[in-house]
Write a protein that binds this ligand. Sequence first.
Ligand SMILES: O=C[C@H](O)COP(=O)(O)O
Length: 243
Amino acid sequence: MDMKKLAAGNWKMNGTRAALAEVDGLGSDRVEVLICPPATLIAPLADRGSRVLVGGQDCDARAEGAHTGDIAAAQLLDAGASHVILGHSERRADHGETDAQVAAKAVAAHQAGLVTIICVGETEAQRDAGETLAVIAAQLAGSVPDCATATNTVVAYEPVWAIGTGRTADASQIAEVHGAMRQTLAARFADADGMRLLYGGSVKAGNAAEIFAIPNVDGALVGGASLKAADFSPIIAALEAAQ
Ligand SMILES: O=C[C@H](O)COP(=O)(O)O
C-alpha cells in the first residue's frame, strides 16, 4: 500500500472563526494536509471549501446520550471531520486519559468511519530513566485497538518534553523510536508497513526537512507552527519534497 504522507496541524485550544483564513491557501496534491481546529471550528472549516482535510482533537467512546460536553465520533463526521486525534499527551495529562480509554475512543472512531491519529510519547523523566522504548511499546499495546489498519490509523510519536518547548528530539532519537514502533506494530498488524507514523514536537520550517528524511517518519503532527499559513506552508513543502 502506498499511502500519501500526512502533514497534520493541531490547533489545540487556539483560534476563533477569524483564524480560518489561515487555511484558505493550504493544500497539496502530493501529500495529505489536515487541520484539527477546536471543535467549534470543525463545521465552519469543513464548509469553507478549503482543500485541507478536517479533524477533531478528541471524541467520546460512547455513541450518544447524556454526556454533557462530550462529542461523539459520528458527530465529528457529521460536522465534516475525516480524522480525529486521540490520546494526545495534553489530554492524558489534563484529563487523566488512560491507554484503555484511548483504545475505546479509537474503536468508536473507526466504527463511525474516522481515521484516528493515536498519540504516544515519553516524558523527560521516563527518557532519563531509559524507559522510552518500553513506555512507547506499552502505549501502543494499550492505545491502538485490534481493529486498526493502515487505512484507519495513524500513529504520532510526540515526546512530551519536545511539545511546545522549542526542543526537538534529535534524528537518532526519532529514528530509534520510529523504527521500534514499526516493529511493534508489525507484530500485531499485517499492514503495519503502510501505517503512517508521524513525529510531533516543535516541528517547524527550519527542522522539517531533516525530520522528514528520517526512516519511518511519514509526516508530522504540528502544534504551534500550524496556526499560521506562513509557518505551516514550508513544512508542507518540505514533506512534499520528501514524498
Ligand atoms: O499535537 C501537536 C504537538 O503537541 C506538537 O506541538 P508543538 O508543535 O507546538 O510542539
